[in-house]
Design a protein around this ligand. Structure first.
Ligand code: XLS
Ligand code: NI
Ligand code: NI
Length: 438
């Protein structure tokens, strides 16, 4: 087979001193961190849509990159060329997973039966390509937001007919996920939300979304899908208000509708920040609820209020992310680069360098998070900060062996409370800097 990315070698680890833009400086797949090789801590995935489909079109201008990969766009030959390009790309970078939407794989036909036939054909081809490699699907999903029929959402659509098309796409995408050995299945509620309450029955729409998810779980389990379903929270964009606002909201929804045993969170950095949180916040909320499943690795821009999907570059954020992941005992999913190169970075080298940046940033994050944990000062400080609950009245509060009146009597006897100990935020931030750069 003819090489697509000619002149781009297999990307090797060369270490932090290397000046080679086509080499890893920090991602050393076999290096053992806290008892496990980096490649197992960091199951990286290529996002089919951004890497093989998106070519730079934005609201103000057309494509800047050529992602034809030598075939005519909109044809099955092009769909296959994308598979060839994707596998060559992943193999050159040592990436072992990919994520896809149904419509990333093939051009959508007017009739869903023809789209499904094309999906069968392309997934056979992907399966063939997978043979002899260690590449697998991380998660699959159905795109239920691009086609005009989904203008009012999928599960939340006012049209029962549209609901059926959403069901049909989920059914097929689940079958593809199982066929390609996927670990997970994602629901990103693209247009599951509203523009105005003047025309929207929120309760009705949320109940319908839950119904669709239950139907998906039942069908998935019936065809042998043993992995996790994920909700990927996002507060807005494209809709003004989206129901899966953030991790806390999505977890509450899953519990309310009895979906919490089958679902976990797929947390995207840029979505967490759009919700007014840090990336770490949504990871922590998911983790303490036993629902930190997978991660869409990217970053936003603090100066822009939308999902810019930039490749992760911020080492502080990656460190605090890996701190949460290590404390969570890892992920059942992985790290999907839901990220795209900037529009002026339109060459094949840019595609590779973007992944090198993302993988190196997370490798650094992993190394530094492990160092923070091994250093132990943060953990010790947090433990000490709550020490008043370890004995005396605090221990009784935690046990639940004390009444409100007894607590009041305790306070009255003291007369005035001593101030809690200092939060020492600046000292702790210095510890982080010292561990990162010292
Ligand atoms: C969009 C989402 C999307 C999901 C998959 O903002 O991040 O790319 O990850 O549908
Ligand atoms: Ni996103
Ligand atoms: Ni995403």
């Amino acid at each position: 087979m003819k090489e697509i990315f000619e002149g781009i070698p297999k990307i090797a680890y060369e270490g932090p001193k290397s000046k080679n833009p086509l080499a890893f400086k920090f991602y050393d797949p076999e290096r053992v961190i806290m008892g496990k090789p980096m490649k197992e801590h960091l199951p990286f995935a290529m996002a089919w849509w951004h890497n093989l489909c998106a070519a730079g079109t934005d609201m103000f201008g057309r494509d800047t990159a050529d992602k034809s990969f030598g075939a005519e766009k909109g044809t099955m030959a092009h769909a296959k060329a994308k598979v060839d390009a994707g596998f060559e790309f992943m193999q050159k970078l040592g990436i072992r997973y990919f994520c896809f939407h149904d419509v990333d794989l093939v051009p959508e036909a007017d009739d869903i039966k023809e789209t499904n036939r094309r999906l069968d054909e392309i997934s056979d081809y992907i399966l063939e390509k997978m043979q002899g490699t260690d590449i697998k699907c991380l998660w699959g999903t159905a795109n239920m937001f691009s086609n005009p029929r989904f203008m009012n959402g999928a599960g939340s659509s006012n049209s029962a007919e549209v609901f059926c098309f959403a069901a049909a796409q989920i059914k097929k995408a689940l079958e593809l996920t199982v066929k390609l050995g996927g670990r997970g299945y994602v629901f990103w509620g693209g247009r599951e939300g509203y523009e105005t309450l003047l025309n929207t029955d929120v309760k009705f729409e949320q109940e319908n979304i839950a119904k669709l998810m239950h139907l998906a779980v039942d069908y998935g389990r019936s065809i042998g899908f043993a992995g996790d379903f994920y909700i990927e929270p996002k507060p807005k964009e494209p809709m003004k208000h989206q129901y899966d606002f953030d991790a806390a909201t999505a977890i509450g929804f899953l519990r309310q509708y009895g979906l919490d045993k089958d679902f976990k969170m797929n947390i995207e950095a840029n979505h967490a920040t759009l919700a007014g949180h840090t990336f770490q916040h949504d990871l922590r909320i998911s983790a303490i609820n036993g629902m930190l499943g997978s991660i869409d690795a990217n970053q936003g821009d603090t100066l822009l209020g939308w999902d810019t999907d930039e490749f992760p570059f911020n080492v502080y954020d990656a460190t605090m992310c890996m701190y949460e992941v290590l404390k969570n005992g890892g992920l059942t999913g992985g790290f999907n680069f839901d990220s795209k190169t900037r529009r002026p970075s339109y060459t094949a080298e840019d595609m590779f360098q973007a992944y090198i940046l993302g993988m190196d940033t997370f490798a650094l994050g992993l190394i530094k998070a492990a160092a923070l944990i091994e250093d132990g000062r943060l953990d010790r400080f947090v433990k000490e900060r709550y020490a008043s609950y370890e004995s005396g009245i605090g221990a009784r509060i935690r046990e639940g062996s004390v009444t409100l009146a007894e607590l009041a009597a305790y306070a009255e006897e003291k007369g005035a409370a001593a101030l809690p100990g200092s939060g020492r935020q600046e000292q702790l931030e210095s510890v982080v800097n010292e561990v990162l750069f010292g």
